[in-house]
Ligand binder design. Structure first.
Ligand code: NAD
Ligand code: MG
Ligand code: MG
Ligand code: MG
Ligand code: MG
Ligand code: MG
Length: 341
């Protein structure tokens, strides 16, 4: 069955323009949603804790900033855009006590609803508007008159209007300009976690690290290894996104294409697919979410230790030096601004 996709004519902007919206958090997604909503003529306020360093940024854009509790109390549409691991605490402390019948809770990722960390009270709708791109792209595309495709899902439809409200919100942030695909919280959460763990982030990072280790351990210069296994990735990925794996294979040399066919399956052999199934199973039964949340609750000892270990991989030091040669690429300081996955 083909996916259900909504465009501009399928969404009524006036619905969200007639509501009071709170955007909780002002990070990668939060800033983009708040600014796009405002520019679409929506009554929006940003909810942040008193001491948040994001307050000044939001105020500098002319946005109204309130505490999370005040924003949730004023608004009847509440989009939760804090990091996933703090959502349930923010929700319990400041949002849930301020919910009333007819309110709608929105999310940009389904983890807390899918695994039961947040449960809305009766009479409150729960829906998702999840842009399939980093917040900075969501803002840039909107300003350019375009949009980033979004996913929309309804978990609880107390009002009977949850989907049209979510679609109206998606229109206000630019999503229906590109297309909004209907999904469920379960499908979005599980497929998003799987994609980032098995392929986009986890799979790719470790594939690159093994490639770098194999070359440098065999005596090749780290700088050369860096170019061959990391730097050129961008060109390959761009081709795949433009025209699929076929376009990528069409563009590369016949030598590279033949090597893809004969050596790719030796590296990514059927055992990798078995490993992927095990990862998916841990996602589906909540094992991954529990491990992540328990570690975060304990002050993230495992997360911090893994981050430090991975940061120490030799490819990072090589890359920092080599990237200085590329004055036109974004500086390393950019990655304090938020993540894409
Ligand atoms: P982020 O880390 O960039 O920003 C989080 C914001 O929440 C910051 O403004 C921070 O100040 C604020 N915050 C942190 N703790 C808080 C607290 N206790 N109370 C109030 N505010 C607090 O987050 P993000 O990457 O934009 O992710 C937000 C949501 O969007 C997540 O559900 C994520 O899965 C989803 N998402 C993100 C992306 C992306 O591009 N980053 C893409 C799709 C979906
Ligand atoms: Mg090459
Ligand atoms: Mg070719
Ligand atoms: Mg982040
Ligand atoms: Mg994702
Ligand atoms: Mg994700």
């Amino acid at each position: 069955m083909a996916a259900e996709i909504f465009y501009e004519d399928d969404a009524d902007l006036s619905i969200i323009q007639g509501r009071k919206v709170a955007v909780i958090g002002y990070g990668s997604q939060g800033h983009a949603h708040a600014l796009n909503l405002r520019d679409s003529g929506v009554d929006v306020r940003v909810g942040l804790s008193e001491g948040s360093s994001s307050r000044a940024k939001a105020e500098a854009e002319g946005l109204t900033v309130k505490t999370v509790a005040e924003a949730a109390a004023e608004a009847d549409v509440i989009m939760i855009l804090t990091p996933d691991q703090v959502q349930r605490t923010v929700y319990a402390d400041a949002i849930q006590p301020n919910l009333k019948d007819g309110d709608i809770l929105l999310f940009a990722h389904g983890l807390n609803i899918r695994f039961g960390y947040i449960e809305a009270p009766q009479g409150v709708d729960v829906a998702m508007v999840a842009p399939k791109g980093p917040g900075h792209t969501v803002r840039r595309e909107y300003e350019a008159g375009r949009g980033v495709p979004c996913l929309v899902a309804v978990e609880v439809d107390a009002s009977g209007k949850a989907q049209e409200i979510a679609l109206s919100y998606a229109k206000a942030i630019g999503g229906t300009r590109a297309g909004v695909i209907k999904t469920t919280f379960t499908e979005e959460t599980e497929s998003d976690l799987f994609g980032e763990q098995a392929v986009l982030c986890g799979g790719m990072s470790h594939l690159v690290q093994y490639g770098f280790e194999t070359l440098t351990e065999a005596g090749y210069q780290p700088e050369i290894a860096y170019f061959e296994v990391l730097h050129e990735l961008e060109l390959i990925v761009d081709l795949m996104v433009e025209g699929g794996i076929s376009k990528q294979r069409w563009s590369i040399s016949d030598t590279a294409e033949y090597g893809d066919y004969v050596s790719g399956p030796r590296v990514i052999d059927p055992s990798v697919k078995e490993n992927m199934k095990a990862v998916l199973s841990d996602i589906q039964d909540g094992t991954f979410a529990r491990r992540f949340m328990e570690d975060q609750d304990a002050g993230a000892p495992e997360f911090k230790q893994l981050r430090e270990k991975e940061e120490g991989h030799p490819i990072e030091a090589t890359g920092r030096e080599l990237r200085k040669l590329f004055v036109w690429t974004d500086s390393d300081s950019d990655y304090t601004e938020g993540t894409a996955a």
